[in-house]
Design a protein around this ligand. Structure first.
Ligand SMILES: Cc1cc2nc3c(=O)[nH]c(=O)nc-3n(C[C@H](O)[C@H](O)[C@H](O)COP(=O)(O)O)c2cc1C
Length: 173
Protein backbone atom coordinates (compact mmCIF):
# COMPACT_ATOMS: atom_id res chain seq x y z
CA UNK A 1 0.00 0.00 0.00
CA UNK A 2 1.39 3.40 -1.02
CA UNK A 3 1.07 5.78 1.93
CA UNK A 4 1.77 9.46 2.42
CA UNK A 5 1.97 11.35 5.71
CA UNK A 6 1.19 15.08 5.39
CA UNK A 7 1.70 17.34 8.36
CA UNK A 8 1.33 20.88 9.65
CA UNK A 9 3.55 21.72 12.60
CA UNK A 10 4.62 24.95 14.28
CA UNK A 11 6.93 23.85 17.07
CA UNK A 12 7.91 20.36 15.89
CA UNK A 13 5.76 17.88 17.82
CA UNK A 14 3.45 17.04 14.89
CA UNK A 15 6.46 16.79 12.58
CA UNK A 16 8.08 14.34 14.99
CA UNK A 17 4.98 12.11 15.00
CA UNK A 18 4.67 12.39 11.19
CA UNK A 19 8.26 11.18 10.78
CA UNK A 20 7.73 8.33 13.27
CA UNK A 21 4.59 7.19 11.43
CA UNK A 22 6.24 7.48 8.00
CA UNK A 23 9.27 5.52 9.14
CA UNK A 24 7.18 2.71 10.61
CA UNK A 25 4.69 2.62 7.72
CA UNK A 26 7.38 2.96 5.05
CA UNK A 27 5.54 6.02 3.80
CA UNK A 28 6.45 9.31 2.17
CA UNK A 29 6.36 12.25 4.57
CA UNK A 30 5.82 15.86 3.50
CA UNK A 31 4.93 19.22 4.98
CA UNK A 32 1.50 20.51 3.92
CA UNK A 33 2.86 23.23 1.56
CA UNK A 34 4.80 20.60 -0.35
CA UNK A 35 1.80 18.24 -0.45
CA UNK A 36 -0.27 20.95 -2.12
CA UNK A 37 2.06 20.74 -5.15
CA UNK A 38 1.92 16.94 -5.35
CA UNK A 39 -0.25 14.33 -7.02
CA UNK A 40 -1.80 12.90 -3.86
CA UNK A 41 -4.22 10.82 -5.95
CA UNK A 42 -1.40 8.32 -6.53
CA UNK A 43 -1.51 7.16 -2.90
CA UNK A 44 -3.70 4.44 -1.38
CA UNK A 45 -3.58 5.83 2.17
CA UNK A 46 -3.40 9.45 3.27
CA UNK A 47 -2.42 10.34 6.82
CA UNK A 48 -2.86 13.98 7.82
CA UNK A 49 -1.43 15.45 11.02
CA UNK A 50 -2.25 18.84 12.52
CA UNK A 51 -1.78 20.43 15.94
CA UNK A 52 -4.58 21.19 18.38
CA UNK A 53 -5.69 24.76 19.00
CA UNK A 54 -8.76 25.45 21.07
CA UNK A 55 -10.19 22.03 20.24
CA UNK A 56 -9.65 22.44 16.48
CA UNK A 57 -7.05 20.74 14.27
CA UNK A 58 -4.71 23.02 12.33
CA UNK A 59 -5.21 23.11 8.54
CA UNK A 60 -7.83 20.39 8.69
CA UNK A 61 -9.95 22.35 6.23
CA UNK A 62 -7.44 21.65 3.46
CA UNK A 63 -7.74 17.92 4.14
CA UNK A 64 -11.55 18.03 4.37
CA UNK A 65 -11.81 20.00 1.11
CA UNK A 66 -10.20 17.08 -0.70
CA UNK A 67 -12.04 14.21 0.98
CA UNK A 68 -14.59 13.79 -1.82
CA UNK A 69 -11.74 13.11 -4.28
CA UNK A 70 -10.21 10.51 -1.96
CA UNK A 71 -13.21 8.38 -1.05
CA UNK A 72 -11.53 5.19 -2.36
CA UNK A 73 -8.53 5.65 -0.03
CA UNK A 74 -7.73 4.91 3.58
CA UNK A 75 -7.97 8.28 5.34
CA UNK A 76 -6.44 9.06 8.73
CA UNK A 77 -6.17 12.28 10.72
CA UNK A 78 -3.96 12.56 13.77
CA UNK A 79 -4.02 15.55 16.08
CA UNK A 80 -1.12 16.51 18.32
CA UNK A 81 -1.81 18.61 21.39
CA UNK A 82 -0.52 19.58 24.80
CA UNK A 83 -3.14 17.52 26.64
CA UNK A 84 -2.21 14.11 27.98
CA UNK A 85 -3.76 11.18 26.09
CA UNK A 86 -5.95 10.39 29.12
CA UNK A 87 -7.79 13.73 29.02
CA UNK A 88 -11.50 12.76 28.65
CA UNK A 89 -12.19 16.00 26.76
CA UNK A 90 -10.32 14.66 23.72
CA UNK A 91 -13.01 12.12 22.84
CA UNK A 92 -15.66 14.80 23.22
CA UNK A 93 -13.92 17.62 21.37
CA UNK A 94 -12.00 16.14 18.45
CA UNK A 95 -14.89 14.37 16.66
CA UNK A 96 -16.62 17.77 16.51
CA UNK A 97 -14.11 18.70 13.83
CA UNK A 98 -15.86 16.28 11.45
CA UNK A 99 -19.37 15.84 10.08
CA UNK A 100 -21.18 12.52 10.54
CA UNK A 101 -20.42 11.61 6.93
CA UNK A 102 -16.74 12.51 7.31
CA UNK A 103 -16.46 10.39 10.44
CA UNK A 104 -17.59 7.38 8.40
CA UNK A 105 -14.60 7.63 6.06
CA UNK A 106 -11.94 9.27 8.22
CA UNK A 107 -10.38 7.63 11.26
CA UNK A 108 -8.97 10.12 13.77
CA UNK A 109 -6.31 9.67 16.46
CA UNK A 110 -4.85 11.85 19.20
CA UNK A 111 -1.15 11.95 20.06
CA UNK A 112 0.12 13.95 23.05
CA UNK A 113 2.92 16.34 22.13
CA UNK A 114 3.71 19.09 24.58
CA UNK A 115 4.51 22.76 24.69
CA UNK A 116 7.59 24.53 23.41
CA UNK A 117 7.45 28.19 24.33
CA UNK A 118 10.81 28.90 22.68
CA UNK A 119 9.70 27.71 19.25
CA UNK A 120 6.18 29.17 19.53
CA UNK A 121 5.26 32.26 17.52
CA UNK A 122 4.82 35.50 19.45
CA UNK A 123 1.06 35.38 18.82
CA UNK A 124 0.76 31.83 20.14
CA UNK A 125 2.85 32.68 23.20
CA UNK A 126 0.62 35.68 23.90
CA UNK A 127 -2.49 33.51 23.56
CA UNK A 128 -1.11 30.96 26.00
CA UNK A 129 -0.14 33.75 28.40
CA UNK A 130 -3.67 35.20 28.25
CA UNK A 131 -5.19 31.75 28.81
CA UNK A 132 -2.97 31.25 31.86
CA UNK A 133 -3.81 34.72 33.19
CA UNK A 134 -7.55 33.97 32.96
CA UNK A 135 -7.03 30.63 34.68
CA UNK A 136 -4.95 32.19 37.48
CA UNK A 137 -7.55 34.92 38.00
CA UNK A 138 -10.38 32.41 38.49
CA UNK A 139 -11.88 32.72 41.95
CA UNK A 140 -12.93 29.16 42.75
CA UNK A 141 -10.21 27.17 41.08
CA UNK A 142 -10.79 23.45 40.72
CA UNK A 143 -8.00 20.95 41.29
CA UNK A 144 -7.79 20.58 37.54
CA UNK A 145 -7.33 24.37 37.12
CA UNK A 146 -4.48 24.35 39.63
CA UNK A 147 -2.85 21.38 37.91
CA UNK A 148 -3.27 23.02 34.51
CA UNK A 149 -1.65 26.26 35.72
CA UNK A 150 1.32 24.25 36.96
CA UNK A 151 1.66 22.27 33.73
CA UNK A 152 1.14 25.11 31.27
CA UNK A 153 3.58 27.47 32.97
CA UNK A 154 6.63 26.06 31.20
CA UNK A 155 7.65 23.94 28.21
CA UNK A 156 7.31 20.15 28.35
CA UNK A 157 7.43 17.12 26.07
CA UNK A 158 5.08 14.16 26.60
CA UNK A 159 5.43 12.73 23.09
CA UNK A 160 6.13 9.02 22.85
CA UNK A 161 6.52 6.65 19.92
CA UNK A 162 4.03 4.27 21.56
CA UNK A 163 1.18 6.60 20.56
CA UNK A 164 1.67 5.84 16.86
CA UNK A 165 0.88 2.14 17.38
CA UNK A 166 -2.93 2.43 16.94
CA UNK A 167 -2.32 4.43 13.74
CA UNK A 168 0.08 1.81 12.35
CA UNK A 169 -2.34 -0.99 13.31
CA UNK A 170 -5.17 0.77 11.50
CA UNK A 171 -3.00 1.32 8.43
CA UNK A 172 -2.15 -2.38 8.37
CA UNK A 173 -5.73 -3.53 8.93
C1 LIG B 1 -3.14 29.13 20.80
C2 LIG B 1 -2.93 27.69 21.18
C3 LIG B 1 -4.03 26.88 21.45
C4 LIG B 1 -3.84 25.54 21.82
N1 LIG B 1 -4.94 24.76 22.07
C5 LIG B 1 -4.76 23.48 22.43
C6 LIG B 1 -5.88 22.62 22.68
O1 LIG B 1 -7.03 23.00 22.56
N2 LIG B 1 -5.64 21.34 23.09
C7 LIG B 1 -4.36 20.86 23.24
O2 LIG B 1 -4.20 19.70 23.63
N3 LIG B 1 -3.28 21.62 22.98
C8 LIG B 1 -3.45 22.91 22.56
N4 LIG B 1 -2.36 23.70 22.27
C9 LIG B 1 -1.01 23.11 22.35
C10 LIG B 1 -0.46 22.66 21.00
O3 LIG B 1 -1.41 21.93 20.28
C11 LIG B 1 0.77 21.78 21.26
O4 LIG B 1 1.80 22.58 21.77
C12 LIG B 1 1.25 21.00 20.06
O5 LIG B 1 2.16 20.04 20.51
C13 LIG B 1 1.91 21.88 19.01
O6 LIG B 1 2.22 21.10 17.88
P1 LIG B 1 3.43 21.48 16.92
O7 LIG B 1 4.70 21.36 17.74
O8 LIG B 1 3.39 20.48 15.83
O9 LIG B 1 3.22 22.87 16.41
C14 LIG B 1 -2.52 25.02 21.91
C15 LIG B 1 -1.43 25.84 21.63
C16 LIG B 1 -1.61 27.17 21.27
C17 LIG B 1 -0.42 28.01 20.97
Amino acid sequence: MKTIVIYNSKTGFTKKYALWIAEKANADCVELDEAKKMEIENYDAIVFGGWAFGGSISKLNWFKKNISKWSNKKLIVFCVGASPAENPEIDETLPKNFSKEELEIVKWFYCPGGLDYEKMSTTSRMMMKTFLKVLKAKKDKTEMDIEQIKILSSSYDISDKKYIEPIINYLNS
